[in-house]
Design a protein around this ligand. Structure first.
Ligand code: THG
Length: 265
């Protein structure tokens, strides 16, 4: 399981304020706590409020790298902001994200090859978030074909079927279960499958319960990664338990402790 820690995101008030004030402590505390909780990557998103987004990305990357070795997921819709993060990153990153548009994929996969980076590809294209199974699968195939053209190994590809809030369209989770199962069959070995897990409960009550139930369901369908709140211990414990029950790790009475120790980098 590849947990991508979501908390260093300018969407959160404390992070937004820390970026504005250049307050390293807030960011470094979040970096340490998320690394300790078992994050494989720390997502870094400057948010939309930062005036100088490329400058904010560089500052965040440098600030985080001062205290943890965990690799970073550079999260922006803007290529220039991703490139700014890449300039200062001290190890290979996960680029988050690129749409399933052939021209954009050419640009991003070339960048991945140059920087030995991995890439999260969204199953959405120019026309926006596709709501049905078939369109998402078409987009997933475009992604895998383009990756092969650029010689990017499938282990470097994370496909994100795009989670919408359950209170926006309640049919989506079931559709996504189907999408995950089908993407797993597209190549051997399959690409990683990830998601913005917290999206599913945005604006809903019982967020943590919805998130941890969802992660268990999607993990059972073959999702092996998620951008999520790794500081939510019940969420992490449920996900680890699902992986254990799926026989991806060996049971012992201390399996949760053992799993978190092995997830830390
Ligand atoms: N796919 C990919 N990347 C992504 C997303 C995705 N990156 C951003 C986002 N979605 C994943 N990260 C978050 C981070 C926080 C929340 C949701 C997704 C969240 N935030 C609170 C809210 O909106 O209610 C903010 C609370 C606050 O302001 O304190 O839920 O889907 N590839």
């Amino acid at each position: 399981m590849i947990a991508i820690a979501e908390r260093i995101n300018g969407m959160f008030k404390d992070v937004r304020q820390a970026i504005a004030d250049k307050n390293k402590k807030v960011i470094q505390d979040l970096a340490r706590r998320q690394a300790e909780a078992g994050a494989a990557y720390l997502d870094v998103n400057v948010g939309t409020a930062a005036r100088d987004q490329t400058g904010a990305m560089k500052w965040l990357v440098e600030t985080i790298q001062e205290v943890v070795k965990t690799p970073l997921a550079l999260d922006s819709q803007k290529l220039e902001v991703i490139k700014a993060g890449l300039e200062v990153a001290d190890k290979p990153v996960l680029i988050n994200s690129c749409q399933a548009d052939p021209e954009k994929l050419d640009t991003y996969f070339a960048l991945c090859s140059e920087k030995n980076a991995s890439l999260i590809c969204l199953t959405m294209d120019k026309e926006g978030v596709s709501q049905d199974v078939a369109k998402r699968l078409d987009n997933a195939m475009t992604i895998l074909t383009k990756a092969q053209e650029h010689n990017v190994p499938v282990e470097h590809i994370f496909i994100d079927p795009i989670f919408l809030p359950v209170n926006v369209d309640q049919r989506q989770p079931k559709i996504i279960l189907e999408v995950i199962q089908q993407i797993r069959l597209m190549s051997d070995p399959p690409p990683h499958i990830t998601c913005g897990l917290s999206n599913i409960s945005q604006g809903a009550a019982n967020r943590s319960l919805i998130n941890r139930t969802a992660v268990v369901m999607f993990a059972a369908a073959g999702m092996d990664s998620a951008i999520c709140d790794v500081l939510d211990k019940e969420l992490m414990d449920a996900w680890i338990t699902a992986e254990m029950l799926l026989n991806k790790m060996i049971y012992s009475d201390d399996y949760i402790k053992a799993a978190i120790a092995s997830l830390r980098r």
